[in-house]
Design a protein. Structure first.
Length: 360
């Protein structure tokens, strides 16, 4: 209750209540750099990048959530008195936080998650029945969105209709799903249609399969970006395994599969070589990263009910990509021969430094 009163008070003192929309489509470098600065000041005292990432220049802090779900947390900043920035924290050094990354099997992009006896997350991130998403990030989305929605509605009542959704690393992976969820809530009129969302995912893992990506990109065209350092390994995760069942229903493989017993020996062997390894890989992923990790999740969320997984691991890169390609100066500074840190290229700092060079 005290947090809600404080949130309202800060809103009224930070910005004018009659504000026109300010966000525009397209990648805006200055806007993105400000988002990175907010990201850099989102973490605890021991994790902040204050000595290497500048303080936000055009934004005022207005709200910080409690930790929730799988050690998830977000802040709200008001940029230029006109745009609310909802910034989700990435992974922190706890087992629970990393379980959100490791719970990397897929569930349908439309359905429900039974998280607690009094918390069932009814969600729709894509209408296509073939669309599927990362279940660990979906759990985080459930907790975060439950806290975010009242803030969004309160901001709207105060005249704020422009919202940036952002996050680095795990925070970026979750931001994909938050954005998709908010768009669907607009379609069902649970959120106002004149709210404008813009998304900046930095160094984010892949959030779902190709059919989720198709719908996400169609809905967010010009309004959602993934920024990637080509030396960073995290955007290439989770690992992708494609089965022939991942293809659209009309394809040349399915007819062969239905008549495989009638084919000659060579064709049967060739088909099994195509089919069996990928199917076994998906089964193994669901066993280890699904069933096994879900048991670990239940240690923290004891009433969580393991969902039925989507039979695929066809993760794909999603959204419009802004590619940061390291130059000689960068490669000398982040010399892999002199630094064995696996997160050398993934930290917020190299992203901030590379992004600043876009100006040059």
């Amino acid at each position: 209750m005290k947090k809600n009163i404080l949130f309202t008070f800060i809103l009224c003192t930070v910005f004018n209540l009659t504000i026109a929309q300010h966000l525009n489509p397209g990648f805006d470098l200055n806007e993105y750099l400000e988002v990175l600065r907010i990201n850099g000041h989102l973490y605890g005292p021991d994790e902040r990048y204050e000595d290497q990432v500048d303080a936000p220049e055009h934004s005022e802090f207005i709200y910080k959530s409690d930790e929730m779900g799988l050690n998830n947390l977000y802040e709200i900043w008001m940029k230029d008195g006109q745009t609310a920035v909802f910034c989700t924290r990435g992974s922190v050094d706890t087992d629970l936080s990393w379980l959100a990354n490791l719970y990397a099997v897929m569930v349908p992009a439309k359905g429900e998650l039974k998280i607690d006896t009094d918390f069932v997350f009814d969600y729709n991130l894509a209408d296509d029945p073939q669309a599927a998403v990362h279940v660990g990030y979906l759990i985080s989305t459930a907790f975060l969105s439950r806290d975010m929605l009242p803030r969004i509605k309160e901001l709207y009542d105060k005249g704020i209709k422009d919202i940036i959704v952002a996050g680095h690393s795990q925070g970026g992976g979750i931001s994909y799903l938050l954005t998709a969820y908010f768009y669907q809530l607009q379609q069902t009129e649970e959120l106002p249609a004149d709210l404008r969302f813009k998304t900046y995912c930095t160094a984010a893992p892949k959030p779902g399969n190709l059919y989720f990506a198709y719908e996400y990109e169609n809905n967010t065209s010009g309004w959602a970006y993934q920024i990637v350092n080509t030396k960073d390994w995290v955007p290439q995760t989770p690992f992708t395994v494609q089965k022939y069942e991942d293809l659209p229903s009309r394809n040349p493989v399915s007819p062969i599969a239905s008549t495989i017993k009638k084919q000659g020996l060579k064709k049967r062997i060739a088909f099994r070589m195509l089919k069996n390894p990928s199917e076994k890989a998906v089964v193994n992923y669901q066993k280890i990263l699904g069933h096994h990790v879900s048991k670990m999740i239940k240690e923290y969320l004891p009433n969580f009910e393991e969902p039925i997984y989507f039979p695929s691991n066809n993760y794909v890169r999603t959204g419009i990509h802004i590619v940061l390609k390291p130059d000689k100066e960068y490669l000398q500074k982040y010399n892999e021969e002199k630094n064995d840190n696996s997160m050398l290229h993934h930290s917020l700092v190299p992203y901030y430094q590379l992004s600043q060079k876009i100006k040059e």
